[in-house]
Design a protein around this ligand. Structure first.
Ligand code: SF4
Length: 182
């Protein structure tokens, strides 16, 4: 059994139960030549931060910006193009969601579900032309997401370190994140 089974946020179980979610977010073949997400910052939810600390994992940043790696360094779980993720089954929530994510919209500073065109699967792989499916999935994820996690993603987006690689490619804005109850 993997040493990291306790790492993923409990919401991952809910994600995996959404019809079509696994088919959409697994089975990518272009990761070895793309690697953009493996070289980006891997943020952890509050539950994942707590688990990571009990697992004695090295963390960087603080608060909402707590993550597995430093800017410019790839994810410590990534073993290169041939072997990929060494903790794939136990990867954090943000990795389960990718290339769907939540960001702050540049135009009005509201929070949106997006599909990153920086992912080669979106640009020219199995997710090419599937923006409407991504929108339907984001709607369902948004409906199920607990408010605590909603707040955590909003804080993440505020505290995130800007990574130009994701903004040098098209960003498909899917729908606004439903704000948490006051
Ligand atoms: S945990 Fe795995 S899937 Fe997530 S960025 Fe690291 S190597 Fe990639």
């Amino acid at each position: 059994m993997s040493r990291y089974t306790a790492l993923p946020d409990p919401f991952v179980t809910e994600l995996l139960a959404i019809p079509g979610f696994r088919e959409f977010t697994e089975g990518f073949s272009l990761c070895p030549e793309c690697e953009r997400c493996e070289r980006s910052l891997v943020y952890l939810t509050p539950a994942e931060q707590a688990s990571a600390r009990t697992l004695d994992m090295r963390l960087y940043g603080k608060g909402s910006a707590t993550r597995l790696n430093r800017k410019g360094c790839r994810c410590p779980f990534y073993l290169g193009p041939a072997q990929g993720c060494s903790a794939y089954a136990d990867r954090p929530l943000i990795c389960h969601l990718f290339p769907i994510d939540i960001v702050e919209h540049e135009e009005d500073e509201t929070y949106w579900w997006v599909l990153f065109g920086a992912c080669e699967e979106v640009a020219r792989g199995k997710l090419q032309g599937r923006v409407e499916e991504a929108r339907a999935l984001a709607r369902e994820i948004d409906r199920r997401m607990p408010d605590e996690l909603r707040r955590s993603f909003m804080a993440d987006a505020d505290a995130a370190v800007f990574e130009p690689v994701f903004y040098d490619h098209p960003i498909h804005y899917l729908l606004p994140l439903t704000p948490p109850a006051p």
